[in-house]
Design a protein around this ligand. Structure first.
Ligand code: BGC
Ligand code: CA
Length: 446
């Protein structure tokens, strides 16, 4: 019997849900406090007091040796971007699944630039010769967010390099072009030269600390448009959650093209109403890979099974949708631009990817239990696109997944709910902060 925990906001509700989940085992009273016990003590307790179901779930494998996948937020230093290889190679069955941030960032920047060039006759709304844009930044310490800011600045010629990399710091406001973080770009079309200016940019973090915050972006565009709205010709966002919030708050009514990232269904639908475009990070491939690497490790088969090599059900990915970097132990899905030209092919962001849509046979691939968390239950992309996809693939892969929704702010809100890792066969982790992998691996190492 599959029990799932959906993205619930209140921790108390979640606690009840979890208790319900473990009701089939004799261990339902286990709390976070028990994580202080040693592996040996836990094992002794488990063998002394266990049900058949729990034994099947935990087997004899120590938590530290169970398959582990990090996804969407890559273990890395939030100031330098350096990968946390200790976390990425925690055990032989540890991987990261995400998307190619640089390829996607370049696509997003190019998409905006292509739009400007195609619409040059109408884009400069106030006719001052300056093509002004504002930029919503998701999380200044998240490498994917940083890559997207750099990609847009690079394509528009507004970036300034610091130590060989484009500075990704938000500018605040820069309506007069005096910022030292960005520069004015210049664009020559049909004998006319335009200035391209980043009028404003800001990290969209709410007062409680949640990043990529859509409501904050809606407030920001209201503030910006109230003081220099006629100068804003383009709105760009690190993601669709914030982009749609700005579109709905202001740009839709003012016919200002707005560009996001993620290809969430609502953003794709909005392209018909003037949303400029978005990038699909192939969440249908990522969600599959997230669970697939766990399935393969649990089955003890080659990690490429059902990925680069067809599995016994015929599931296989072609190399135009993902890359694997063995040194980084990371799978990266490839991105696709979604614009007025092709959005009809992307209307349902929760549709599974056909080449990997075949059900695995339950006798050859028996049910296993997976603990999986979403760092922020309120994140548009993760809750409206990624999790629904995971919930379709978990059935196909015979994985019984408990979904834990975090508050987007505190790691402990999530780690508190990893109180009994012995109940699970594998783990899928989406950290609040990319520096915090050890908060999770410490629990698995006990
Ligand atoms: C998505 C964002 C999301 C973030 C959360 C990114 O890959 O594009 O929309 O908020 O992940 O970590
Ligand atoms: Ca202008």
């Amino acid at each position: 019997m599959k029990k799932r925990i959906f993205a619930l906001a209140a921790a108390s509700v979640m606690a009840i849900g979890l208790a319900g989940c473990s009701s089939s085992s004799s261990d339902s009273s286990t709390t976070a406090a028990d994580t202080g016990t040693t592996a040996a003590a836990q094992e002794a307790a488990a063998s002394a007091d266990t049900t058949a179901a729990e034994e099947a779930a935990s087997g004899e494998v120590a938590n530290k040796d169970k398959p582990l996948v990090w996804f969407n937020r890559q273990p890395s230093n939030s100031s330098t971007g350096e990968l946390d290889m200790a976390a990425l190679s925690f055990n032989d069955n540890t991987y990261y699944v995400g998307f190619d941030a640089n390829q996607g960032a370049e696509l997003q920047g190019t998409m905006v630039m292509d739009y400007i060039q195609a619409n040059i006759d109408t884009i400069d709304r106030n006719g001052d010769g300056i093509i002004g844009y504002v930029l919503a930044v998701g999380d200044i310490g998240h490498n994917d967010s940083i890559a997207r800011t750099r990609g847009v600045r690079k394509a528009l010629g507004t970036g300034i390099e610091v130590n060989g990399e484009i500075d990704s710091t938000p500018v605040g406001t820069n309506t007069d072009g005096s910022s030292t973080i960005v520069q004015d770009g210049s664009l020559e079309i049909g004998g006319k030269t335009y200035v391209v200016r980043e009028l404003a940019s800001q990290e969209m973090k709410n007062s409680a600390g949640a990043t990529w915050d859509a409501a904050t972006a809606g407030n920001a565009i209201n503030t910006w448009s109230a003081s220099f709205g006629e100068s804003i010709d383009i709105v760009v966002s690190n993601n669709d959650g914030m982009g749609m919030s700005m579109f709905n708050a202001w740009s839709k009514d003012n016919s200002v093209p707005t560009f996001g990232y993620d290809a969430n269904s609502d953003a794709v639908a909005a392209i018909a109403e003037g949303y400029g475009g978005t990038i699909s990070q192939h969440a249908d491939v990522q969600a599959y890979l997230t669970l697939r690497v766990l399935r393969n490790a649990l089955d003890g088969v080659d990690i490429d099974t059902g990925i680069g090599t067809a599995d016994d059900a015929g599931n296989v990915l072609s190399d135009d949708v993902y890359v694997y970097n063995a040194d980084e132990r990371s799978y990266y899905a490839l991105n696709v631009a979604v614009t007025a030209d092709n959005y009809q092919d992307f209307t349902d962001s929760t549709m599974i990817y056909a080449p990997v849509s075949n059900q695995l046979d339950a006798s050859a691939h028996p049910a296993k239990k997976v603990w999986l968390n979403i760092y922020n239950a309120a994140d548009n992309f993760l809750s409206s696109t990624y999790q629904p996809l995971l919930q379709k693939y978990d059935d196909l892969l015979n994985l019984e997944v408990d979904y834990i929704g975090g508050d987007g702010q505190t790691e402990s809100n999530i780690t508190n709910r990893l109180g009994n890792p012995g109940q699970y066969d594998a783990f899928a982790i989406n950290m609040v902060k990319t520096d915090n992998a050890a908060s999770y691996t410490a629990l698995l190492s006990q």
